[in-house]
Design a protein around this ligand. Structure first.
Ligand code: 5AD
Ligand code: SF4
Ligand code: FES
Length: 358
């Protein structure tokens, strides 16, 4: 037992506010140890395909919100998505993430179902698939699960419903978003959620509550990253005190605290960290994260999928990102879990328990 095992809201808040370099180094080292003990020292890859920036929503922070008329909208053709998936498979990436703007129309639902079936077939069922396609009906989630997706990422963005309201138009429904997380778990998905860190109006208390929210809702995977303003969005004007270095530090603290508090979940070192510092994702791994999402989207579309300013890798291609990341991860002494799904140990334990109880 040591002091890091006894985290509660009060000391999480204290750490989130602390600027003491020694304490923060200790915090990250403690989180790194827990990561190695609970989930191993392998970094799991999820090659991410951002296949369309068409979105029916209007989140105040996001660069591809419906209201941003300066964005050139695209959707990748099924054949192009399959090519990216095949690249991931041939490079021994164990899993994919399919992400796009949010759409709930039947054409979109059918499209995703079809592409899931085709990717599964192409890869002899070997590629694991995570979806990150927003709020959907239970029926849609069920169809996609049956077509082969087994993990779903839906960030709650903030667990504070009041703050949520300031970040979204009136018709964006916090309660239904929360409900979606429950539906996904019920259907058998491994469920990932997360928040943006360092939002205008967000306090250290709210961030500590976010971590407690993850535990209370038995979340299997965490994908969270610093908020980064996008000039063409309404929220950017409220981010006057925004500071790169501070956002990076806060993002790393949240990863370390989540690792210490939740222990056996998968935690991603997200691309937003790299937008703040060239080695941001490596810092994330060293602070307790164990998942990385190499971008495998065709280069020609990358520039149009900018959720925030300064997104890295937009001029690179999948092969360049592969080599780049391999070097970066090797340099910090971590190993890549090629050919593995790298499922959340937290989820696996739950499943085992359920089998015992049955
Ligand atoms: N800064 C950081 N993250 C953002 N996202 C959207 N816009 C931004 C931004 N400006 C995140 C949201 C969303 C995910 C797909 O991208 O958390 O859930
Ligand atoms: Fe659409 Fe997601 Fe951006 Fe909101 S955050 S506008 S749902 S892509
Ligand atoms: Fe894309 Fe480094 S990860 S260029």
């Amino acid at each position: 037992m040591n002091k890091w095992n006894k985290l509660d809201k009060k000391n999480m808040v204290k750490l989130l506010l602390s600027e003491d370099k020694t304490v923060l180094t200790e915090l990250q080292q403690a989180a790194y140890k827990v990561k190695n003990r609970e989930v191993g020292n392998k970094v799991f890859y999820r090659g991410i395909i951002e296949f369309s920036n068409i979105c029916s929503k209007n989140c105040y922070y996001c660069g591809i919100r419906k209201g941003n008329q300066q964005v050139k909208r695209f959707r990748m053709q099924p054949q192009e998505i399959l090519e990216c998936a095949e690249f991931a498979w041939k490079q021994n990436y164990g899993s994919l993430v399919l992400q796009s703007g949010e759409r709930t129309d039947s054409e979109f639902v059918d499209f995703v179902e079809d592409i899931l079936l085709r990717i599964k077939k192409m890869s002899n069922n070997e590629l694991g698939i995570t979806l990150s396609l927003g709020e959907q009906s239970e029926e849609t989630y069920r169809r996609w699960f049956q077509a082969g997706a087994h993990r779903y990422l839906l960030r709650i963005e903030t667990s504070n419903s009041q703050l949520y309201r300031t970040l979204h138009p009136q018709d964006h429904d916090f309660d239904y978003r929360f409900e979606c997380l429950k539906i996904l778990a019920k259907l058998g998905y491994q469920v990932g959620t997360g928040v943006m860190i360092g939002l205008p109006g967000q306090t250290a208390e709210m961030l500590a509550d976010d971590i407690i929210f993850f535990q209370e809702n038995d979340i299997d995977m965490i994908g969270m990253g610093p908020y980064i303003p996008h000039k063409q969005t309404p929220l950017a004007s409220q981010a006057k005190n925004w500071n790169k270095q501070k956002q990076l530090q806060l993002g790393l603290k949240m990863i370390a605290l989540a690792r210490l508090y939740l222990q056996d979940v998968n935690i991603a070192a997200t691309t937003a960290l790299q937008a703040l510092h060239p080695e941001g994702r490596e810092f994330g791994l060293q602070a307790g994260a164990n998942v990385i999402m190499p971008n495998i989207t065709h280069t020609k579309y990358r520039d149009s999928y900018k959720l925030y300013d300064g997104k890295p890798c937009t001029n690179e291609n999948a092969r360049m990102c592969r080599v780049c990341l391999e070097g970066r991860i090797g340099k910090i002494g971590e190993e890549i879990g090629y050919n593995m799904w790298g499922d959340s140990p937290h989820f696996k334990k739950k499943q085992k328990q359920e089998r015992k109880d049955a």
